[in-house]
Design a protein around this ligand. Structure first.
Ligand code: SAH
Ligand code: SF4
Length: 388
């Protein structure tokens, strides 16, 4: 029998597993705290657990951490880890320190099947979903490594915020994501508040609806275009879930969300989606006006404009600074809080959309996307065509 990986379990699942081996729930809590709060992987060191329990654990379980194959440190303090997850796949995790917080950007899949036009991960294709244990292991490794490296006192936390904005579309790995979120939120685990855990999605409408019921955390939605024609070209998932459905799902999500707004992310692409008219169309959209909107449905939101981070062969360029600022002004003048994301860690390729660990493209997403780009029926336009 292969040993179970205890990182795969949220507290309820750990309690059920403990019950199977004849242990009470409070033992599961103790064990959970040893693993997640103290970073202990060696059962022998869990000194307040009975010897009989430690023996059972050693026989049947493991804390299967991910071992980094590299750790890069940017001049601005950003740290990027590369983890080998087997089968020729590698994923990336990024730590972004700021004055008042430490944010960890976590991957949910090896690759991504959505294939957004401007994203390095999408260009690599898709291999597989990560397990709950592999999602949690990124936080486990970062938290406990950074605590040692930063010399933090007992009880001090390195990571105060988590964003599911690494490689992959988290809502296409829903079954593994939700228990991982529960580990992050659990007081016996990392104790993060729902406001400090953000799931970012390119618009998986049915799963936004499920997340609202199962585990409502902060939601970021990658919008990138004010109309369906352009969004279809940039974010292929839009063909399945067009803007009106997405706006409705965002509005419904807010009924249960820990924050009273949705964060819309918008990657600024030179000459593609960055004109003042497009900014005005966005204002219309989120206020329930215009052809793509649900008539009369206003979605309370903030905008986060992300300067496009180039990667080889993207064929796209970042909007000039003044154009990004002008775009932001249109939104701000309409009363929408809008920030321009500072690019962090670009000297180590850790910036948004640059994460591109090796991926074995098992489902041939890459080939299919390339065919489309080469002029198939569903051709994805080039930057020049998008501009026209
Ligand atoms: N799949 C999810 C989360 C991962 S991507 C999503 O799409 O939301 C995290 C964010 O980085 C998204 O907003 C995405 O649009 C953005 N992004 C992707 N490629 C980028 C690039 N090359 N430059 C800037 N931002 C990018
Ligand atoms: Fe996937 Fe997000 Fe990249 Fe789109 S932007 S390809 S959804 S990781």
């Amino acid at each position: 029998m292969t040993a179970v990986n205890l990182l795969d379990f949220d507290l309820d699942a750990l309690a059920s597993w403990c019950a199977q081996i004849g242990e009470k729930r409070f033992r599961a809590q103790q064990l959970f705290r040893w693993i997640h709060q103290k970073g202990q992987a060696d059962f022998e060191q869990m000194t307040d657990l009975a010897r009989s329990l430690r023996e059972k654990l050693a026989a049947h379980a493991q804390v299967r951490a991910l071992v980094p194959t590299s750790e890069h440190r940017s001049a601005d303090g950003t740290v990027k880890w590369l983890f080998d997850v087997g089968g020729g796949n590698a994923i990336e995790t990024v730590y972004i320190p700021e004055d008042d917080r430490g944010t960890l950007c976590i991957s949910s899949q090896a690759g991504c099947a959505v294939g957004c036009r401007f994203c390095a991960t999408g260009h690599r294709g898709f291999s597989r979903n990560l397990t709950t244990g592999e999602i949690v292991a990124q936080l486990w490794h970062a938290e406990h490594t950074l605590r040692r490296q930063l010399g933090l006192a007992a009880g001090e936390r390195a990571i105060t915020n988590v964003v599911m904005m690494g490689m992959g579309e988290p809502l296409q790995n829903y079954g593994a994501l939700v228990p991982a979120l529960r580990v992050m939120l659990d007081d016996h685990g990392y104790g993060l508040s729902r406001r400090r855990v953000t799931v970012s999605t390119s618009g998986m409408v049915p799963m936004i609806e499920r997340l609202r019921e199962d585990c409502p955390v902060a939601l970021a939605v990658s919008l990138h275009a004010p109309d369906n024609a352009l969004r279809d070209a940039l974010v292929p998932l839009n063909r399945k879930y067009p803007l009106a459905e997405l706006m409705q799902a965002c509005s419904d999500y807010l009924e249960r969300a820990p924050r009273d707004f949705i964060t819309f992310e918008y990657c600024m692409l030179d000459g593609v989606n960055d004109s003042p008219e497009q900014a005005r169309a966005l204002v219309e959209l989120v206020n329930g006006r215009g052809p793509a909107a649900v008539p009369g449905l206003r979605v309370p939101c903030k905008f986060n404009l992300i300067p496009f981070n180039p990667f080889p062969d993207s064929g796209l360029a970042c909007s000039p600074r003044e154009r990004v600022q002008a775009f932001a002004r249109v939104l701000q003048e309409a009363g929408i809080v809008t920030t321009i994301r500072k690019t962090r860690g670009d000297d180590i390729d850790a910036a948004c959309g640059q994460l591109a660990g090796e991926v074995r493209d098992r489902t041939n997403v890459r080939v299919r996307l390339q065919r489309r780009r080469d002029g198939g029926v569903e051709a994805v336009p080039t930057a020049a065509e998008l501009r026209a």
